[in-house]
Design a protein around this ligand. Sequence first.
Ligand code: PBG
Length: 324
Amino acid sequence: MAYPATRMRRLRQTPVLRDMVQENTLSMDDLIYPIFIEEEVDAPAPISSLPGIMRHPEKDIAKVVKEAEELGIRAIILFGVSHHKDTSGSDSFKKDGLLARMIEKSKDAAPDMCIIADNCFCEYTDHGHCGIPSDDGVDNDRTLENLVKQSLVCVEAGADMLAPSGMMDGTIAAMREGLEEHNYGNMPIMAYASKMASSFYGPFRAAAGCELKGDRKQYQMNPANGREAIREALLDEAEGADILMVKPGMPYLDVLRDLRDYTQLPLAAYQVSGEYAMIKFAAEAGALDEEKVMMESLLAFKRAGASLILSYFAPQVAKLLREK
Ligand code: PBG
């Protein structure tokens, strides 16, 4: 039925009517906050390319995690800034390495917080790649062996969820097998399933002190490929992933939306460092209303089908929702 029988403006007339028919909402249950922790330093260091985000010294981790919890943040993902890098990223699979310590200390500080491990090597390798280097980029299967070791270390340190982000083939299958063998069959895995070789990660690499030369095109996906992104994600589901992530977020909302129709698993979107920086710097320049654009950008992920959003805006959203 067309106009005048249908008038779309009828349900837009008052705030209560608009709220009653709102299809999607954002709550703190949806957000995962990425936190950067640096070892062997004394003071927090602001990250110039990510306004408002710090590298926190390891000694402050309990304080940082508790503050997040008090704001209403329910899940965090931890990124280490390592001073012990080597060719395989071995610090990340040592029981007393930075990754294990970050998990232990956050779990101690906030037992109810969902502590997510970013399972990768690039923050711990001296070449910056996401695994053991080889003639053709990264050695897939040897990297998986280390990834299984790293996963077990994270579980034993108290992680509530593992999130492998290295884009090696067979990642989820290898982790699932390793976890089952050690009776950790109940450990949830959120797969960075469709992760693009994206230039939107620029500020993150500065934040994490990643010294990558070259690029990751031999393992991360070509940003031009939407159908391949679905294949990647469905492979991770078949291998035993519990949550599928699309990354970056806003430039790949089409992938998220398409994937929503192919799987019944919960989906996550990563609003990456470059997306956050774009909004922050545009707001600083007076071009955008920061809070409104922040909320609109996050709601867009919900509308496209995400249950979870990783975002550097999490503390700001928490404060905003609390005021309401
Ligand atoms: C590590 C990792 C990256 C990000 C999250 N985990 C960097 C990369 O793949 O180069 C990017 C996050 C962001 O840009 O906010 N593999």
